[in-house]
Design a protein around this ligand. Structure first.
Ligand SMILES: Nc1ncnc2c1ncn2[C@@H]1O[C@H](COP(=O)(O)OP(=O)(O)O)[C@@H](O)[C@H]1O
Ligand SMILES: [Mg+2]
Length: 311
């Protein structure tokens, strides 16, 4: 084939490809901002977005319908378009790989992660609501303790796999039917291989003092989980400097075994070295406490109430 022939063969292809790309860019670019492009009804391959479920710092989460499998899923759609506000692709890839490496009944399973029409998509089973939403309604002590055991098991699993979560808070636990609870949002998580660069990321409210100073360790996750537990039982959140008197302390400890009260207080000790070493130690200590609720009337009352609700 002569050069000219090759050129005439190739050039039209290139031209068409260029035109297609240009046309696509024209079609997509002005409307590329996820908040405008992603709304109920939007199609992403086999998924149809149904409704917005939540939004953290860097992503929006939608309930979606899988039109091939005919079932509902949750899609997490990180915003990779806005350099100033968004996570970088490396951040999202880290989140995906960390989640793919975990497998536990109380860690939200990642079903798939890939680009669809230029949008990065993470696919998860659809939960009912977040623990944050659930805490707006009354929670019996029996159910709270059931959740607490599962949440502690999820943290033990993450730490066993050398993963620091760094953003434990009620919004990042998702509830499923049958009172199952799963940890999610590993967007700030890191593998604990060496000392991390100074970074104060995390959520104010549940962040351990040393993490706020840029030195997160497994003990900072223990602290954040301890604060969530305290809030679940007391209805109030201790604040910096996290020293006694703790808010609503009488309400917190009502009907609870002293060993369990001590377990929570150890988890939220302001000094990291006085806390559990990691989620595994925290989990093992909880397993050793036989009956967390000692006040049988509280226990049986809430048990009766939940049986009535279930009936
Ligand atoms: N699988 C799910 N099922 C139901 N709701 C979910 C699910 N995943 C996330 N959500 C909702 O979306 C919110 C944000 O999800 P999350 O993964 O924490 O993203 P972000 O990194 O933006 O915080 C959660 O707080 C929760 O309310
Ligand atoms: Mg979140």
């Amino acid at each position: 084939m002569t050069m000219a022939a090759r050129a005439t063969r190739i050039v039209p292809e290139l031209l068409t490809e260029n035109l297609r790309v240009t046309a696509k860019l024209r079609l997509v670019m002005p409307d590329n901002e996820p908040s405008r492009r992603l709304r109920a009804g939007t199609r992403l391959d086999k998924y149809r977005l149904v409704r917005r479920l939540g939004e953290g710092g860097f992503a929006v989460v939608f309930q979606a319908h899988d039109t091939i499998e005919d079932r509902s899923v949750a899609l997490k759609l990180p915003d990779l378009t806005n350099d100033a506000l968004s996570q970088s692709f490396d951040d999202v890839q880290r989140e995906v790989r960390i989640m793919a490496g975990l497998s536990h009944p109380n860690v939200l399973p990642l079903k798939d992660a890939r680009y669809i029409d230029g949008q990065f998509v993470m696919v998860f089973p659809l939960g009912e609501e977040s623990l944050h939403d659930r805490l707006c309604r009354r929670l019996s002590r029996v159910t709270a303790v059931d959740y607490i055991r599962q949440m502690t098991a999820s943290l033990a699993h993450a730490h066993e796999n050398n993963v620091l979560h760094r953003d434990l808070k009620p919004e990042n636990f998702i509830l499923f039917p049958g009172n199952r609870i799963c940890l999610t949002d590993f967007g700030l998580a890191r593998n604990q291989t060496r000392r991390h660069a100074v970074s104060a990321s995390g959520t104010l409210g549940y962040i351990a003092p040393e993490q706020a100073m840029g030195k997160p360790t497994f003990r900072s996750d223990v602290f954040a989980l301890g604060l969530i537990v305290y809030r679940m039982l007391a209805g109030a959140l201790p604040e910096y400097p996290f020293e006694p008197p703790l808010p609503s302390y009488a309400k917190f400890r009502k009907g609870l075994n002293q060993d369990f009260v001590d377990w929570v207080r150890k988890a939220i000790h302001p000094t990291p070295s006085k806390r559990f070493r990691d989620g595994v130690a925290m989990h093992n200590a909880l397993e050793r406490i036989r009956s967390v609720i000692t006040d049988k009337s509280t226990a049986s009352k809430s048990a009766r109430r939940s049986t009535r609700r279930a009936a």
